[in-house]
Design a protein around this ligand. Sequence first.
Ligand SMILES: CC(C)(COP(=O)(O)OP(=O)(O)OC[C@H]1O[C@@H](n2cnc3c(N)ncnc32)[C@H](O)[C@@H]1OP(=O)(O)O)[C@@H](O)C(=O)NCCC(=O)NCCS
Length: 155
Amino acid sequence: MTAEVRVRPATTADGPAIHALETASFSDPWTLESIRSMIAQPLALATVAEQEGRIVGYCIAWAIGREAELVNLCVASARRGAGVGGRLLDDLLATLGDRGGATVFLEVRDSNEAAQALYRGRGFLATGRRKAYYRHPAEDAVIMRRAGAPSPGAD
Ligand SMILES: CC(C)(COP(=O)(O)OP(=O)(O)OC[C@H]1O[C@@H](n2cnc3c(N)ncnc32)[C@H](O)[C@@H]1OP(=O)(O)O)[C@@H](O)C(=O)NCCC(=O)NCCS
């Protein structure tokens, strides 16, 4: 039986565990300091997924008014393909939904098929591209957008 996954708000004390996943998964990772300061920002929505007492994934987003940006989503390589990334993203979308349903933007590497499939499955559409946005290696970013709920009072 698969151990239960629990999603909870991240705290700055989770910084080292998040940073370990970040450096294992990305070729141009954030520093521990930038992860900690991001989590501490009042506008940040940061969560971790825990399984058997270990942090196996995290999600960091910003929400400002009716717009949000998914900044980073990551699952430990040994735990991928088991629904953890989907849980983290669903939790973020539910939180945004409770706040009135912001439109969500994100950037993803052109070659990152797994992430793009996850995002498409949750209603994101590719809306553009940023040339050579990423380093190590240089690569275009695909911009994806998920429409939020209509503004109250909109026609
Ligand atoms: C992208 C990532 C977060 C997905 O997390 P995950 O826990 O493996 O995803 P899930 O098991 O919840 O899968 C959800 C959906 O993603 C898609 N998906 C996941 N892995 C996939 C793969 N290898 N190939 C194609 N689609 C894939 C599927 O559409 C899947 O839908 P399903 O539930 O109907 O099967 C994970 O692969 C990861 O951490 N990658 C490295 C970091 C990264 O690239 N983050 C994104 C930065 S923009």
